[in-house]
Design a protein around this ligand. Sequence first.
Ligand code: GLN
Length: 489
Amino acid sequence: MALYEKTAAELSELLGKKEISALELAQDVLARTSAVEDKVQGYVTVTQETALETAKVVDEKRAAGEALSPMAGIPIAVKDNICTKGTLTTCASKMLYNFKPPYNATVVEKLAANNVVITGKANMDEFAMGSSCENSAAHPTYNPHGLNRVPGGSSGGSAAVVAAGEVPLSLGSDTGGSIRQPASFCGVVGLKPTYGAVSRYGLIAFASSLDQIGPFGRSVEDTAMLFDAITGHDPMHDSTSVKTAFEGSVRKNLNPDIKGIKIGLPKEYFGAGVTEEVRRNVMAAAETYRNLGAEVFEISLPLVEYALPVYYILSSAEASSNLARFDGVKYGYRTPNAADDLIELYVKSRSEGFGAEVQRRIMLGTYVLSSGYYDAYYKKARAAQRKIREEFAAAFEKCDVILTPVAPTTAYEIGSKTTNPLEMYAGDVCTVSVNIAGLPALVQPCGFDGNKMPVGMQLIGPRFGEQQLMNTGLAFEQASGLKNLIAAL
Ligand code: GLN
């Protein structure tokens, strides 16, 4: 087995025992990247040189007897909306085509403290708006399990490079499903942490009240390992981050014994729009849980019907405000064309710098916040958000974990949904309520469809229920053997 085919946990052990060096490992995954990246196109930027340099430094530290974290020397890709000092961070937008941040995101500082080897910046939908990675101003990314299909989005690049064996771990961000839906489409594991469990400092904001950074891996254990490295209170830089009881200890406390846990299946998530193949695979996972001794029963979450409109109103409202700073003066691309006055300079810079989907969200957001419409849309959506939160809180009185599909379909063909934005938005129906309610959710593979494309399942937990989610995910992974699925390519 080549090094690039191993899980991060296996690699960590080999590195710790000095059976392999971080340099050898970096060279191996970079060679895999050279071999397959033409087909997958999961990266916007590959940082080959700095990766090799970092790996050498890690080896020197180990040789000198320094006590290192289990993550030391592990290669990781980082989504291109997470600030990396001195390395291009474009959000896959022309607006930030030349942006080299002068500082690191908190998560990147944490990765550095763990001596990981960052291999590059992963492709995404522009400013994290999209579900297919087709909104990238750089290029689309292709699903490693079926190159004519989308990898999902917006963290499509982060999921694809892990599925393709280009790297064992990566970071993405999730505002309405952007970690979970690509994880499902690419057959990997992804965690959307509880809001506040990971610092957002240095994550270029889409919708600040919903955004969270989270890990991708090819096993539950690997995903837990990366989560442990990035979670934590960040009092200096993110006042919405919190101190948690599990900080740094999820992997250590993994326990697949789930006898007696209560798993709810919300009937609304299995309704119209969800394909038979997705339904069948997720239901089969529910059966596996019954056999493992869990109590599995139907529940009802009727307000899911309102989740999509609530999400698109709230997220677009926040985006219109967050993206106001990119005006060609304070930040971002400036039009080279002549402008008669400041307003024209703004208009030209923003019209040329932002892609169509980003402009659509800004207009939608500005509309729902404008006087006369604010009460009808924004205020109503906030009220509905409260109801959705209450509904989940009530559900967690009855069950420990909720099991649902991740998306109504598996990965669809490139170009098949780009002409109809509403159809694209409809694919987010199973994921957005989790962000609206600020909850954690784990996605992992549970089977394949008739085209051999992966099907994922979603486990939703109560706030800060990450340990229980990971334990429940591990139990299924061990029972099903669905782990470390690397696309052949
Ligand atoms: N697909 C959703 C959207 O386009 C979610 C994106 C995200 O989570 N960043 O808004």
